[in-house]
Design a protein around this ligand. Structure first.
Ligand SMILES: [Zn+2]
Length: 148
């Protein structure tokens, strides 16, 4: 199962640019508050926990679990009509304070998605930019950094 490819590409701003620049280098960076130590995976100008505004960026190893998911059968936009079904997952990372991010589950096993399944990061360039996607961890298979 593939992720949708006919999607608008990210438009970085001063807050999100470090995240997208990391993606361009195939590095999953998570915003980390220097005041309270909280991680937030949707970059924001202020920390959601303490309202601090000083951050650095921590690189995730890309291992995590399915926090929740949905299988999209009805396209949200006409351009996605030929791309359903696809799986949208909320990923809870094993590192970076358990930060969560929204992504797609891709690969042969994606139809077997379930809450709490172990997943790992893979990089997808089908939409024209490196985007972090995830695939199920299958025992006995080697991990490729690019999505299959
Ligand atoms: Zn904070």
């Amino acid at each position: 199962m593939r992720a949708p490819t006919q999607v608008p590409l990210p438009q970085a701003d001063d807050v999100t640019a470090p995240f997208w620049n990391g993606c361009a280098e195939r590095r999953l960076l998570v915003q980390h508050c220097l005041t309270c130590g909280a991680f937030q995976s949707v970059p924001q100008r202020y920390c959601r926990k303490c309202r601090g505004s000083e951050f650095d960026w921590q690189e995730s190893e890309g291992q995590g679990r399915v926090h929740t998911y949905t299988v999209v059968h009805h396209p949200a936009a006409p351009a996605l009509r030929d791309q359903v079904p696809y799986v949208v997952v909320v990923v809870k990372l094993d590192d970076c304070g358990g930060a969560m991010l929204i992504s797609n589950l891709v690969g042969d096993g994606a139809a077997d998605v379930a809450v709490d399944r172990a997943i790992r990061l893979c990089w997808d360039n089908d939409a024209g930019a490196w985007l972090p996607r995830f695939e199920l961890v299958m025992t006995g298979t080697d991990h490729e950094s690019e999505c299959r």
